[in-house]
Design a protein around this ligand. Structure first.
Ligand code: DGY
Length: 328
């Protein structure tokens, strides 16, 4: 059977599934991802790779992995993986759709609430001894209830965020190119152009995939169009936001704050100016980080590998090699 390289320890039964299917599996044992050289060395003999968002897979790596037939990315986003180059090399590329949208939406909403109600700031202050009395003026936030949420990108995650917002009595606007859905009608989501969404929203949550079309989508003009009290939430990809423009907007008080689960680069260096703003919350790309969801993602990636190595099409392809590589 095949030799599978898994680029980090993953939760759930993924590795067991691969072994039960008869494959020889090596799991990278370190906490940090393999370096590009280590990744290349480990893929030299591999028939399949289970990769993460931290593993860049491009044409050079694919060329250096002559047996490789599938790269199964354990993420719904696959901007780390050049799916077209993989197809040209005869290698399937797959992702993990449909299993992490609720979990990621929960995190987006948790960030929204945390930013709106100063959770992180007040927790830090409490630990620093700042809780000396009940104060009628300390840590005043903004009510999500009755406010307007603008969702940029109404795919699975965006729609799950819209459901959370409906539960909190928010008006929901969406700027999106996705086909209209029943859920959207039921929730009363109003589709508007992005400038209108930015002008009307108290919270703006980003849910578009990252790529050439969305790189820097939130830039100086977009921050200038937002309300001075509005909060930006980003659980998509850091590159969708022009971070320098965000820093300038925060310095100028052009927006009310930001809650970011994704940055450029990741991790964000500790001397980055974004850490200097009390109205910015930063989490370490944990959108899909629940026990159940990460297990489902890893198992889905394993099933994609098992299918390809059995000579079948993978269930979750993001490319279609015209001439898939045969078994070596
Ligand atoms: C994804 O699936 O794209 C996430 O960002 C990884 O958690």
């Amino acid at each position: 059977m095949g030799y599978v390289f898994v680029t980090r320890r993953v939760p759930g039964r993924a590795v067991d599934l691969l072994r039960e299917a008869g494959h020889d599996v090596t799991v990278w044992p370190e906490d940090l991802p393999p370096s590009p050289t280590a990744l290349r060395d480990n893929l030299l003999e591999a028939d399949a790779a289970l990769t993460l968002v931290t593993d860049p897979v491009g044409p050079d790596l694919l060329a250096a992995a002559p047996r490789l037939r599938v790269v199964a990315n354990m993420a719904v986003g696959y901007d780390n993986l050049d799916a077209e180059a993989a197809a040209a090399a005869g290698v399937w590329a797959t992702n993990t759709p449909g299993v992490l949208h609720e979990t990621t939406a929960d995190l987006a909403f948790a960030l929204l609430l945390a930013a709106a109600r100063n959770l992180v700031l007040s927790d830090r202050d409490t630990r620093d001894g700042g809780w000396v009395t009940w104060s009628p003026t300390a840590f005043l936030g903004h009510d999500p209830y009755g406010s307007t949420l603008g969702i940029v990108g109404l795919g699975e995650i965006g729609r799950a965020v819209a459901r959370c917002a409906a539960g909190f009595g928010m008006t929901v606007l969406a700027a999106t190119r996705t086909p209209r859905t029943e859920v959207e009608r039921e929730l009363g989501v109003e589709r508007v152009p992005l400038p209108e969404l930015l002008a009307r929203s108290d919270f703006v949550s980003i849910h578009v995939p990252y790529g050439p079309e969305t790189e820097g989508l939130m830039g100086a003009a977009e921050f200038a169009a937002m309300k001075e009290t509005a909060i930006l939430v980003n659980t998509a990809r850091g590159g969708v936001v022009d971070q320098d423009a965000l820093v300038r907007a925060l310095r100028a008080g052009a927006i009310g704050g930001a809650a970011l689960d994704v940055t450029v680069p990741e991790p964000l260096p500790l001397d980055h100016p974004l850490y200097g703003f009390p109205n910015v919350t930063i989490t370490p790309h944990i959108g899909s980080a629940s026990h159940a969801t990460r297990a489902r993602m890893a198992e889905m990636a394993a099933r994609n590998i098992i299918a390809v190595l059995a000579g079948e099409e993978p269930p979750n392809p993001v490319n279609r090699p015209p001439a898939p590589r045969p078994p070596a």
